[in-house]
Every structure is written in C-alpha cells, then in structure tokens.
Ligand binder design. Structure first.
Ligand code: AMP
Length: 587
C-alpha cells in the first residue's frame, strides 16, 4: 500500500480539530487500506511502532534528521537550518526542501507503508558503533523517494513531532465503524484493548478474524492489562451508601503501582502507565521468583519505600531514586521496598478479570508465600460509618494515604482501563475540600519575567474530560515552583511544544505557548469556584459557567506515573464543587 494514502489522511486530520471528523477520516483510511497493514497504520498514526509497553521508540535526533534531509534534497545545511529557525517545524522544512530539491532521483522506488515501517523499525532498533551513519542513510533513502508531502509527515514521525491528536478512544471508535459493523461494537473492541493494551493487535484480530474473535480475547502474561481506577468520595456515609451498606476497605498505600507478570522464572514489572520498569526493581523479581507458587501469574501491588530498621513506610518520593539507568544496585541497598499486593488477575491459564473481588482475593491468598517484604494489603469488611472511620484512622496511623473501598457485589469484576464506582478512594485531604490535591495536565504557558525570564512564569492547567476525551482548562498556576522546578519544567516542556492550541485542548484563555497534553503535576487548590473563563465541566453546574481552582500551588510532586488520561477528571472537579457546597450548607 502506498504511503501517500496515509500522508493524505494526515493532511486532512491536521486541518480539523473536530473529533468526529477525525474519526471519519480514520474510518476512510482504514477502509482504503489493505488488511495486513491496518495495525501498522494504527501504530504510525499515533507516532509509534509498537504498543508502549514494548519500549521501542521511534525517534532520531533533529540533527541527524537534518543531515538526512540535506543528503536527500541537495539543499545546503545552512539553508535547512535557517528554514527551521524561521518555521520551527521540521516537517514543513522537509516539505519545502523536497519541493525545491536540487537533485532529482532517477531510480526512485515507490514509498510503500511496509517499506516506511520496516525502515523506521530498523532505525529504532539500531544502536552502537555506526548506528548514526546507518540511520542517516536509511532515512535519507526514504526521503529521496518521498514526495514533499510524504516527506513532511515522515520527518515529523521520526522526530517525534507527528502529534495529530489521535487518542486511543478515537482509534477504537474508528475501528468499530470501519470493521466492527458500527459504533455499537466499540465496547467489545475497547474491552479487548483494555486487557492487552495493544491497539495494533486488536485491529489485526478484528480485520482478519472478526468481532467474535475480538470478543474471545483473553488476558495473557507479558501483555499488560490497563489498570482499573477508583472514583473518589469525601465521606464514609456516601461511600457506604454507594455500596449498599457494606464494602471491603483496604489500606491505600502511597507508593508506585506495579503490575507483576510471571511465567516460570521470567518476571516483568509494568508501571501504572504500562512501561516495563523491571530494571528499577531487580529485588522485586527475586522476591516473586522465591515466593509466588504458580507458574504463570499476573497480579497488582503497590510498591512502597520502607525503612528496614523500623519497618515504617517512607514517602513516595524515595522511589524516584530507583528511576535511573546506572547504579541501580546502590539504590536497591539504599532505598529498600515492600510490596503490598491488592489484586490477582490471572493464574495458570485462568483469567480472573471477570470474577468478583472475593474470588480474586481468595486465589491471591493461596498463591503468595508472604513475608515482611511481600504482603497482602490490609483489609476489613465494614458495614457502618463508624467502622469505616476507625479503619481509616488506623490506615493513616500506619503511614498510608487513606483507604480504597471496594465493592463486594457479585458484579465486582476487574474493570480494566476504567474508573468506576466499584472502587472508591477515601483520602485524608478530601475531608477538607480547601486543601484537596488534584493532578492536572499542562496545556499551555506564559513567559516569565524577572527571575523567571527565559522560562515560564505560569502554566495553564487542565482536567481530563473522559466522556469527550478532551482536556479542559481549570486554572493558571505560577506558585509553588522552586528555581530548580522552573528550569526543569521548562526543559521537560520543550519536547511538547505545539504551534497552536492542541486539538484535544479546550480553552478560552489564550496561552503564549501551547503544549501537547503530556505532563501531569500535583496541585493543591484552595477552592473550586464557578468560572466564566475556564471550560472545565462547562454547563454541568450552571449554563455558560465552567469551574476553576482558586489559589493553585504546585506541591512539588511530578506525577510521572500518570498519563494525561489519568489526570483528575472534570467530573471529579464538579463533584468536589458539589461537596464543597454541601459542607457549606451543613456547617
Ligand atoms: P490515585 O493515584 O490517587 O488515583 O489512587 C489510586 C492508586 O492507589 C492506585 O492506582 C494504586 O496505585 C494505589 N493503591 C494503593 N493501595 C491500593 C489498594 N489497596 N487497592 C488499589 N489501589 C491501591
């Protein structure tokens, strides 16, 4: 299949910011594709070669991309760099250079999707001596055979600047329409995606074997499951009411969520964002090999930093010392951890995700041989607010953040990839809405002055609207950042600058710089108020009003463990607003 078909579709996607139009363009693209390349198109459209958990990334340095462009177009490097300086868009530069190309290629080979994918794959997997030359040659080869328009998107793809704004949910919906018989099929396709986290795999199954095969897909080791998430409430009465009077309360440990996959001696650990983080926790792999009795298992645990001498739990931040490439042995010694297991999803061929919590929990207890490092989350069945409050206080005294209350109903399945009312979190800070923390996504910024000149003075932050799959601004925040934070945030954001407001961002406020929604920060707010400027939960409380967070302050916690879709949702902020009102009326 010719790559130009994809390039044309990208051109159309770029011209729209409407999600429904984006879906229509994708549906057309899928329908015009040969069956064996649909998965490739799915990956490429999201700027990937594989699902995230594989850890192979497209991406070559801009310098190297420029060299390849010079070689393919014959345009001088100084001209290329000047164009880049002027436009700030390396894709556009490639388009211009190839339109003015000095040397024409007489023996050009057609640029097929397959060839593009294979070349990018080869480039991504090459390292070591001679890698730079090899990558430059392969990429220059692709560019030589590309039309200006194709070059534009190839260039953006390899430099990690494609940013079409095609979210997972958009792809799922387009697949349902193109191959599943209509939008109704989305639920089945989404479930399959949630248990294997690989959109390419799901699309291949759908295209080649049909919707029934997708329906039958099961959980398997080394295919991470998208995590189940908790809703939040701020009183024990409300929580018990939601659960019909009784629930299972569990300590909410403050660490890093880990999904453990084991087959024989092979152990792989995935983060909440499904990255392979095994190299950070070699001690966990040893523990699992020694103390987990089944051949194949998938389970979830919170990994917490501990003080071995006192047995006390240590703050979440200590785990950050494990995020390093080198010197991990020293970090293992210096920052020991314990695992608190809270869910069992798969044991020796048995998919437990559709079983109720009580069954999963019983299996869990039978499989683990506990010790001080490998424990099961403390839990208690509670039937009245007093009992729940008592257990909550116990958890805080034990160094935890609060409780995760879980449904005991027979429908209490593991809802992969979704936030629902089967789990409800209850944290201390929710007791006073005035000191609540939220996790918000950076979508824009304003230039700094004085000490902050050359960096950003304030950030425009957004909540995630899950239903519409967009990010809605909720506050502008410039407080709580140390000088180091100011520099760090600026550096991190440089990789995510986009020329105009991102397609998935809703904002009435005009930022001076826009970003693709990627970076999540923990923010402490004083109050949620109605707002004529911010679009968070617009119209849900009052017509033409959104919600804003007043007096926001960065807590110092970069939520690198959260993807933008894991940020606090607009709905949660609306609930916080409602709860605040309740407190005012009852006090
Ligand atoms: P939050 O990060 O505030 O949205 O809270 C949800 C997180 O709490 C989960 O993603 C887990 O990492 C963590 N957690 C700690 N203890 C438990 C538990 N017993 N059950 C489920 N999740 C837990």
């Amino acid at each position: 299949m010719d790559y130009v078909v994809i390039a044309d579709a990208y051109g159309k996607m770029e011209a729209t910011s409407k999600r429904l139009e984006m879906i229509d363009i994708l549906v057309d693209l899928f329908r015009n594709s040969s069956k064996d390349v649909v998965s490739i198109i799915v990956y490429l459209t999201q700027g990937k070669l594989y699902p995230d958990f594989v850890g192979v990334e497209i991406g070559i340095a801009e310098k190297l991309a420029v060299k390849a462009l010079v070689r393919a177009s014959g345009v001088r490097e100084s001209e290329v760099l000047a164009d880049l300086q002027r436009t700030g868009d390396i894709g556009q530069v490639a388009e211009i250079c190839l339109a003015n190309r000095k040397q024409s290629t007489f023996f050009s080979k057609a640029l097929t999707v397959e060839r593009v994918y294979e070349s990018l794959d080869k480039m991504a997997k090459t390292s070591g001596v001679g890698a730079v030359d090899m990558k430059t040659a392969v990429f220059a080869g692709l560019l030589s055979d590309a039309s200006p328009k194709e070059a534009k998107y190839l260039m953006r793809t390899v430099t990690g600047n494609l940013r079409l704004g095609v979210a997972d949910m958009t792809v799922l919906e387009a697949l349902a329409v193109a191959f599943g018989g209509g939008r109704e099929a989305r639920g089945v396709i989404e479930r399959a995606y949630n248990i294997c986290s690989d959109l390419g795999r799901v699309s291949t199954l759908l295209v080649l074997e049909g919707l029934d095969a997708v329906r039958l897909l099961q959980v398997g080791v080394f295919e991470p499951i998208r995590p189940m998430l908790a809703e939040r409430l701020s009183s024990s009465e409300e929580i018990l009411e939601k659960f019909g009077g009784k629930c299972l309360a569990e300590y909410k440990y403050d660490g890093e969520r880990i999904q453990v996959h084991k087959q024989g001696d092979r152990v792989v650990l995935y983060s909440r964002r499904l990255e392979n983080i095994s190299s950070q926790y070699p001690d966990v792999a040893v523990l699992i090999r020694e103390r987990v009795g089944a051949y194949e298992v998938i389970f979830e645990a919170e990994c917490v930093a501990v003080d071995l001498e006192t047995g006390d739990m240590r703050p979440f931040q200590e785990l950050m010392h494990r995020r390093r490439k080198y010197g991990i042995e020293a970090a293992v010694e210096q920052y020991p951890i314990s695992l608190y297991v809270f869910d069992m999803l798969f044991v020796d061929g048995r998919d437990l995700t559709c079983e109720p919590l009580t069954v999963r929990r019983a299996v869990l207890e039978g499989v683990l041989e506990r010790n001080s490092q490998l424990q099961i989350a403390s839990q208690k069945v509670v039937g009245c607010p007093k009992e729940l409050e008592g257990f909550f206080e116990e958890s805080i005294a034990g160094g935890c953040e609060g409780l995760i209350c879980k449904s005991l109903a027979k429908e209490s399945v593991y809802q992969a990839g979704s936030r629902g009312w089967l789990w409800i979190k209850y944290k201390r800070d929710y007791k006073s809405e005035m000191t609540d923390t939220v996790d918000l996504v950076i979508v824009g910024a304003f230039h700094g002055r004085g000490k902050r000149a050359g960096a950003y003075g304030a950030l425009l932050l957004a909540a995630y609207n899950r239903e519409r799959d967009v990010f809605e601004t909720v506050t502008k925040c410039g407080t709580g950042f140390t000088d180091k934070d100011i520099g760090d945030v600026y550096a991190i954001l440089q990789n995510h600058v986009v020329p105009r407001k991102h397609a998935r961002v809703l904002s009435m406020m005009e930022a001076e710089v826009w970003f693709e929604p990627c970076v999540v920060l923990e923010i402490l707010g004083a109050e949620v108020t109605l707002s004529p400027i911010h679009l968070c939960a617009i119209d849900s409380i009052r017509k033409d009003s959104g919600l804003a967070i007043r007096f926001p302050r960065f807590t110092g916690k970069y939520r690198t463990d959260k993807s933008p879709q894991d940020a606090t949702t607009s709905k949660e902020i609306a609930e916080m607003y409602q709860n605040q009102l309740k407190q005012i009326t009852t006090s």
